[in-house]
Design a protein around this ligand. Sequence first.
Ligand code: CDM
Ligand code: ATP
Length: 278
Amino acid sequence: MTAIVEPAPAKINLALHVRRRRDDGYHELETLFAFCRDGDVVTVTRADATDLTLTGPFAGVLAGEATDDNLVMRAARGFCARFGVEDGHAITLDKHLPVASGIGGGSADAAATLRALARLHGVAIDHPELFALAAELGADVPACLLGRTALGQGKGDALQPLAPLGDRPVLLVNPGVGVSTAAVFSRWDGVDRGGLGDGDVWAMAAAGRNDLEPPARALAPAIDQVLDLLGRAPGVVLSRMSGSGATCFAVFGSVAARDAAARAAGDRGWWTLATFLT
Ligand SMILES: C[C@](O)(CO)[C@H](O)COP(=O)(O)OP(=O)(O)OC[C@H]1O[C@@H](n2ccc(N)nc2=O)[C@H](O)[C@@H]1O
Ligand SMILES: Nc1ncnc2c1ncn2[C@@H]1O[C@H](COP(=O)(O)OP(=O)(O)OP(=O)(O)O)[C@@H](O)[C@H]1O
């Protein structure tokens, strides 16, 4: 049987502006999505029954939760129902990204599962129904399905592709605290501080903000220490919290500067991923 191996790269929000709370509890956003070279990996093979095997450094965190609730399984069930494919896939999730950490781990896994199943069953990767299904699985899943730099509006699922970022050194740092996305949004102060400005993606990012930083910092004060370390790191071009936290990122002018900051963060006992923005 052919095994389809699909990368599930980490997502970051270079900027995240919250504009308005909607009646359905979701929030209208303007955000700049970017993707890293590294992340989780999903492998799918046709099989008699559907099952999920968890491997990798963060497998243990998800092993405590019901397999059927895993976003990978939800994506696989949704795909089979939507495209009339008979159930039966052996899926492996190699989990390298911390869970509930603002870098879209679960969303990236769901999107990679959809891409793998689309390849396996001859569904076009840009099929509108695939994007509709992604949006049902989570606000970040369509962006992860697209998997390239994009402007996100609405819930984050109305996407406009932007130019690639060309392998910029980036460091992700997580202080080891999980933060619930719903809890962070519910603590947003309701003040619209305006949308993204003009210019290219770097100009928009530099002039932008993450409006979820204050509520996330209130829930997880360790974020302050991470942002402090990244903000002072030699050679840093832009540093900020991603998504609903607690992971923060820093873009660097050189690999050497990025790696020096990674060592400093590692010395504090924090999780780090030294990678590139694609
Ligand atoms: C913070 C971001 O990661 C930024 O990219 C996303 O907006 C969150 O995306 P996600 O984790 O895929 O979100 P979902 O799983 O759809 O929603 C989780 C919870 O986040 C809140 N949520 C999410 C997206 C959004 N535009 N407004 C919201 O208020 C809702 O309370 C929702 O119940
Ligand atoms: N494959 C998966 N990987 C991670 N979390 C999963 C997965 N499947 C289900 N979950 C559940 O989803 C919750 C949120 O996970 P996720 O890692 O996607 O959040 P996040 O990193 O905050 O993402 P985002 O940036 O989209 O807000 C977890 O607490 C976990 O219970």
